[in-house]
Unconditional design. Structure first.
Length: 452
């Protein structure tokens, strides 16, 4: 049994000193007590966040999409064309190498688990692999190597647009009809079953653009576990859905699907105030990816209205161009400040901004992942992150002030140790298998550079 002694720890009851956390062999917290002993000593111990939205393969595109095109204005839609060209070069070996690198970087940033929104299923040209879940198997193999907690979310992608047009050349590797999708989901579940018990299988209708109403209903009615979907990300997307269905995306979803606590709606950057309040009231999680949303020009999530409506939030890294837990939370708050020309917008009165964001993302992240995590408490998975309290910027900083300093003034470099369901994968700031994972990633990028 591992026992962690923390000089300071954030418990459900608040900050406490000299805390001892015992982790059982099943990866769950067996006991939390007040004692100055343990097999591992840390300065500041926190429950670790889950990263609820990742497209792992896009990590290898980082830096390739910042050149402006020769005509017109660059946008999400021009970026998407580059992404389609890029993914057509990827092999199963590439997917595994890139995913392992991404997951390693997430752990080193302080995340303990990831929701992989996995829509790249088939060979270039759209032919399925002999094993329909070949690429899901590769995601699971990466998770086995890195030790991260995985919520695998195989994606249903049926059509090229809400008008029902055929999949385009760049989308053909994503496509399945519902029958083949359920076969893929079963195979992906078999791959996931070989991993530790904390890993979870969910499902993901890609978006209202890419699934039919019948396909969405079938998925919602015939799957269990977390259900994730992109929604209301771009103005053009909202217009497209409104033209086809006579309602805006969130309005249509609320009228036809009755989302609840099982749902995680990704982005939600293009909602009207009444939509924001109504969706928040359903108990669904808003899966926010502030760095990617800024990168793609999606818009600004209405965070103050959502949280005032008791809405749940979680954080994801989406395109993985920057994997930084602290930057995601900081970008979320700073976007509100820029829009409203105010400070500490998402903090409660007289409260810490980082504490409000961190607590919300802990709870919402655990809900969206279908994972019993997000608290240093008996029976919860030991998803834990330890910070260096002796860093120069942390001198004299305690409690919520230390959390504010980490999120807004220092960054992920303060992360010393990370446990995922008790697996001690980051030690002294580095993943225990960093060299091997990075060498495989370097070899992958070298090959891709030759064919791009």
């Amino acid at each position: 049994m591992t026992t962690i002694h923390a000089k300071s720890a954030l418990l459900p009851s608040g900050w406490a000193q000299d805390v001892s956390v015992s982790i059982a062999n099943d990866g769950r917290i067996e006991a939390v007590s007040y004692a100055a002993t343990g097999t591992v000593a840390v300065d500041i111990l926190l429950p670790a966040l889950s990263n609820v939205h990742s497209h792992a393969f896009q990590r290898a595109m980082a830096g390739l999409s910042e050149k402006r095109g020769a005509k017109g204005r660059d946008s999400f839609w021009t970026w998407r064309q580059l992404m389609y060209r890029f993914l057509d070069r990827l092999t199963p070996e590439d997917i595994q190498a890139i995913t392992a690198q991404v997951q390693m970087e997430m752990l080193e940033a302080g995340y303990a688990a990831v929701g992989e929104f996995h829509y790249l299923h088939h060979q270039p040209g759209g032919q399925p692999y002999d094993d329909l879940a070949e690429l899901s198997n590769r995601i699971c193999a990466a998770a086995e190597q890195t030790g991260i907690g995985l919520t695998l979310l195989p994606v249903l992608y049926q059509q090229g647009g809400v008008d029902g047009r055929d999949l385009g050349a760049g989308q053909i590797r994503f496509g399945n009809d519902p029958n083949r999708y359920f076969e893929l989901l079963e195979c992906a579940g078999s791959a996931l079953a070989a991993l530790p018990d904390d890993n979870v299988l969910g499902a993901a209708p890609h978006s209202l653009r890419a699934v039919t109403p019948a396909g969405l209903h079938m998925l919602a009615e015939n799957t269990k576990g977390p259900l994730h979907m992109h929604i209301a990300e771009q103005i053009d997307e909202v217009s497209e859905i409104e033209t086809a269905y006579g309602s805006r995306p969130v309005e249509w979803l609320l009228e036809t699907q009755q989302p609840n606590a099982r749902w995680c709606l990704i982005h939600c950057t293009q909602m009207l105030p009444d939509e924001t309040i109504a969706l928040a009231a359903t108990g669904a999680v808003a899966g926010l990816c502030p760095i990617t949303e800024a990168s793609l020009g999606d818009g600004i999530f209405d965070g103050e209205r959502w949280l005032s409506g008791q809405g749940n939030i979680a954080i994801g890294s989406d395109s993985n161009i920057r994997i930084s837990l602290t930057e995601e939370l900081r970008q979320l708050e700073y976007s509100q400040r820029l829009r409203d020309r105010a400070r500490a917008v998402l903090a409660k009165p007289s409260g810490s901004t980082a504490r409000r964001l961190y607590d919300a993302a802990l709870s919402g992240g655990a809900q969206a992942m279908g994972r019993k995590s997000g608290a240093i408490a008996t029976g919860y998975y030991a998803d834990l992150v330890a910070l260096n309290g002796d860093a120069a910027d942390m001198i004299g900083r305690q409690g919520d002030t230390a959390l504010d300093t980490w999120i807004f003034a220092t960054g992920d470099s303060l992360v010393c140790d990370v446990w995922s369901a008790g697996r001690h994968m980051v030690q002294n700031g580095h993943h225990i298998d960093r060299y091997k994972i990075t060498e495989s990633y370097r070899a992958c990028l070298s090959r891709l550079a030759e064919v791009m």
